[in-house]
Unconditional design. Structure first.
Ligand code: DGT
Ligand code: CA
Ligand code: CA
Ligand code: ZN
Length: 587
């Protein structure tokens, strides 16, 4: 058995760390970008970077000799020299400070150099004493925000891992388990249910319970710490700090174990109660008749499908297994037919390198085509937000002409030019009425003054929606998981107004956004609204975040009919035209 290669996610993590440390060192911004870009490319590879030689690595667009050499070092040593040199320059606590909302490399360096801030606790203590505001470029407001940031960071810890990186990790571990001889391998638990964050990873294998798999698992390079190893169970802590549990079961009971360890606990309880009513009993080894005291001859155990069917239920997709009434629906054949990734025909909220995206229009079109999309809207911000260069109306028109030109190289892919329109503090959209009506698709969102009270924030969003050209409300809560709380919004009022104006609500697929959430998206559907799924991609590789949005949509119980991305380009454009015309009559 050869040693398993280092996971792509781990390599990406090291490059991102190097980028942050370079920024702290006030290094040339191009070197910083080079590391960030390398991290992004490696994270999106479908092969293990650690298994490629330097020639193959440099064949990958965006990976040069330097990065390839670093990957070689990481494969051998788990780190690279340049990173170690950078690490030695700063105290480890400084990386923690950078997680505080509102503190970037520049501020962190300033805090460290001027006040010796090298830990979250020190930062909090100084903020409470009012010492931060005195620093040049900080002030009382910034100090207050920093304090709030430290608090919400502490409240969120121990942080649950975001779905997307957790799934990448799990998939790479499943590969290892198959290489170790597992007949079948899957992730279970909250990850399989598609929860927005997960507490730990639960992996399940079918194989001989003789201890080979668990022992091999505990010796993987990803295992930073071993918690326990037995013949059928093992638990390790991964480098990122998250726990990973492994269970090994014989293939005959794989379905029962998968069902049990997928949960949720609430779903399992409802299933067990139903089993009892039918004179059956359900556990991780199978579904048995109560009379079968020895539990030797299961009615069903090999697959989940057999178990649901033996219980008289439709198959329940893992995303619905939260004990929210799904078993009652399955009993009477009323489960929604959930939307699937393959139903998605296009993406409507993206960014190019004209504002804050990393890739050109052609790069984005190429990626959209490789995903098999029928259509894509390439967007950019309307307004300059901090470092982001937004576009004005003139730039919109010229870049739209450029897009239509570039799209000629992609026959079969239809393209439109969208704008992520800033909703200002008073609820006005950035472009004038005469300008905005020329924009192919307008997704509007809030990025500033996010601390308004609920009433004021709701009024702000409602007044934006009164603009007939606002087609969709993007990332409607403004939250960033583990970082920033959602802003206060009266969803019932917003959904009612959206229904009136024909505005779509977005499910944003950025792993740290995921809003609307499974709960609010379900409310939106019940309020009669259509949902727009988007990757909000800031690079070509990020177009794949559409899958994250689909998972949220499935947890919300959405079908193809609820999701605008399932329309053909022609029908989607008709939807835009008709909603604008209808909305116009009302205002
Ligand atoms: P997490 O890890 O907090 O994101 O959430 P889960 O759902 O992955 O929870 P976890 O890892 O504690 O357990 C995985 C699954 O195993 C859980 O969804 C259902 C099953 N399970 C664990 N403990 C129990 C239990 O005490 N009773 C029942 N019925 N099922 C359990
Ligand atoms: Ca779990
Ligand atoms: Ca667990
Ligand atoms: Zn945005």
């Amino acid at each position: 058995m050869s040693a398993a290669p280092v996971a792509n996610s781990e390599i990406a993590r090291l490059f991102n760390e190097a980028a942050i440390l370079l920024e702290l060192s006030n290094e040339n911004v191009f070197r910083v970008r080079a590391y960030q870009k390398a991290a992004m490319i490696i994270e999106s590879l479908t092969v293990n970077a650690a298994e490629l030689d330097s020639e193959k690595l440099t064949d990958i667009p965006g990976i040069g000799k330097g990065v390839a050499a670093h990957i070689g070092e990481i494969t051998k040593n788990g780190t690279f020299r340049d990173l170690e040199v950078l690490r030695s320059k700063f105290p480890p606590g400084l990386m923690e400070i950078l997680k505080v909302q509102g503190i970037g490399a520049k501020r962190a360096r300033h805090l460290y150099e001027e006040l010796g801030v090298d830990s979250l606790d020190k930062l909090k203590a100084l903020a409470l004493k009012g010492k931060i505001r005195a620093l040049e470029g900080f002030g009382a407001k910034v100090e207050e925000n920093i304090l709030a940031g430290v608090q919400s960071l502490k409240a969120a810890s121990p942080a649950r891992m975001l779905y997307w990186p957790a799934r990448r990790l799990a998939l790479s571990l499943l590969e290892r388990l198959r290489a170790l001889g597992a007949e079948k391998a899957a992730y279970a638990g909250s990850l399989r249910r598609g929860r927005e964050t997960v507490g730990d990873l639960d992996l399940l294998c079918a194989g001989r319970p003789d201890g080979t798999l668990t022992a091999g698992f505990s010796k993987l390079p990803e295992a930073a710490k071993i918690l326990s190893v037995g013949p059928t169970k093992a638990a390790i802590i991964l480098a990122s700090g998250i726990q990973c549990d492994l269970r090994v079961v014989p293939p005959e009971v794989y379905g029962a174990a998968l069902n049990y360890f997928t949960g949720s606990k609430e779903h399992n309880i409802v299933l067990r109660e139903l089993a009892l009513k039918k004179g059956l009993t359900l556990n991780e080894y199978g579904l048995f008749r109560l009379e079968d005291k020895e539990r030797k001859r299961p009615v069903a155990a090999r697959t989940e499908e057999e178990i649901y069917s033996a219980l008289g239920l439709e198959y329940i997709a893992p995303e619905l297994r939260e004990g929210r009434g799904e078993v009652e629906l399955a009993l009477t054949g009323r489960l929604p037919k959930l939307v699937e990734l393959k139903d998605i025909k296009g993406d409507a909220h993206t960014h190019t390198d004209i504002s804050d995206g990393k890739d050109s229009m052609s790069g984005m079109l190429e990626a959209a085509r490789s995903l098999g999309y029928e259509w894509v809207f390439l967007g950019d911000h309307s307004k300059s937000l901090g470092v982001v260069h937004g576009i004005n109306f003139k730039e919109y028109l010229s870049s739209r002409a450029d897009l239509l030109e570039a799209a000629k190289n992609f026959p079969g892919l239809k393209a439109g030019r969208s704008i992520e329109m800033e909703i200002d503090k008073t609820g006005r959209l950035e472009f004038s009425d005469g300008e905005i009506k020329e924009v192919d698709l307008v997704v509007a969102s809030v990025h500033s003054s996010m601390r308004l009270g609920e009433e004021e924030m709701t009024a702000r969003v409602l007044s934006a929606m009164a603009n007939p050209y606002m087609d969709a409300l993007a990332h409607p809560s403004g939250r960033q998981l583990n970082k920033r709380e959602p802003y206060k919004l009266n969803y019932a009022a917003v959904f009612k107004a959206a229904r009136h104006c024909g505005t779509a609500l977005e499910i944003n697929g950025q792993p740290e956004r995921q809003d609307l959430t499974d709960v609010t998206a379900r409310m939106a559907k019940e309020a009669g609204l259509k949902l727009l799924l988007s990757s909000d991609a800031h690079s070509a590789a990020q177009l794949s975040y559409m899958e994250q949005a689909v998972i949220v949509a499935r947890r919300a119980g959405l079908t193809k009919d609820d999701v605008l991305n399932c329309l053909s380009f022609e029908d989607f454009c008709r939807w835009i035209r008709e909603r604008r015309a209808r909305a116009f009559k009302k205002f």
